[in-house]
Design a binder for this molecule. Structure first.
Ligand code: NAP
Length: 286
């Protein structure tokens, strides 16, 4: 087994130290259950302790699976879950959080997120987050799939230094958040958490120029193209990534990526193969 000290960095305004590479869990209900559980435990073993889940995933099945994986090891994890926008009224958010805690077998979350902007007033959701925080049921709160203007509104409502993270789609083929979301988060000290860092199953293929460029960099460093992608995304000091891996060997690969330092010429080759693209309104989401 790889012995690893995972690179960590201050996360959000509280500055709590969190692993740069974590473990996503979307769609794990469809994976081999034993392998998924071993993968989450491997992530904890190797210091990839930022475990991301949501009430939506498998309609609660994934939170139960995560609960089983972290049983007896709760304190090691930086555990994040999300409320569905349809549940995000003041009372609905509190009730959803309590259901998530029960499924996860814990009495607190390290961070609780609004999964994406919805129709319940954001003031209500944030009020519920504050109540949950005061009750000790969550240690921090944040948002997901928020663009810069939605984030500004969240900061106005919650107050400065209150929004811990914005979890957003970010991979080599989708770099839109680099224009406005990342700079604004950096200004406000909000952690940016890159979801679907491998394009959620649409990773650059070696049949394409981009895939070949990645592969050349990977070969030069003796690593995989997936590791190069993670190193590129997390090169910025406010950015964390939560690749989903239900295969323990993939978890080990992802953890190793935290130590990979890309050279200026690697970065230039990636910029050329995967350009940032034009500034556009909104954030892309899956
Ligand atoms: P992803 O992480 O981009 O890709 C997952 C795929 O990559 C899986 O098929 C996985 O295979 C494979 N993989 C993982 N590590 C690998 C490696 N080292 N080498 C080769 N293949 C590897 O996909 P995602 O699940 O869409 O995104 C990650 C997490 O972000 C989610 O699980 C979820 O927690 C979060 N997310 C959040 C939102 C949101 O709206 N907030 C939306 C989407 C995702 P195995 O599983 O077989 O290991």
């Amino acid at each position: 087994m790889l012995v690893q000290t995972m690179k960590r960095r201050p996360f959000g305004p509280s500055g709590v130290s969190v692993a740069v590479i974590g473990e996503g869990t979307w769609n794990m209900e469809g994976d081999d259950r034993a392998s998924a559980i071993v993968s989450i435990r491997t992530a904890l073993d190797l210091g990839a302790t930022h475990i991301d889940t949501a009430e939506m995933y498998g309609q609660g099945q994934v939170e139960r699976l995560v609960g089983e994986a972290i049983a007896g090891r709760r304190a090691e994890a930086f555990l994040v879950s999300k409320v569905l926008p349809t549940n995000a009224s003041r009372h609905g958010t509190v009730a959803a959080c309590e259901r998530s805690l029960k499924r996860l077998g814990t009495d607190y979350l390290d961070c609780y997120l609004l999964h994406w902007p919805g129709s319940h007033p954001l003031e209500e959701t944030i009020r519920a987050f504050t109540e949950l925080e005061q009750a000790g049921k969550i240690r921090s709160f944040g948002v997901s799939n928020f663009d810069e203007s939605e984030l500004r509104k969240a900061v106005r409502i919650a107050g400065k230094g209150r929004i811990a993270q914005n979890q957003v789609l970010y991979h080599l083929g989708e770099r839109r958040i680099e224009h406005e979301v990342i700079p604004y988060c950096e200004e406000e000290g909000i952690a940016v958490v890159a979801y679907s860092p491998f394009g959620s199953g649409d990773f650059p293929s070696e049949r394409d120029d981009g895939g070949r460029a990645l592969s050349a960099i990977a070969t030069a460093h003796g690593v995989t193209s997936y590791q190069v992608a993670l190193a590129f995304l997390t090169r910025q000091k406010h950015v964390f990534a939560i690749p989903k891996a239900a295969t323990p060997a993939h978890v080990e690969d992802n953890v190793r990526a935290a130590d990979l330092v890309l050279t200026d010429s690697d970065l230039a080759a990636i910029e050329k193969a995967f350009p940032r693209g034009p500034r556009r309104r909104g954030v892309p989401m899956l």
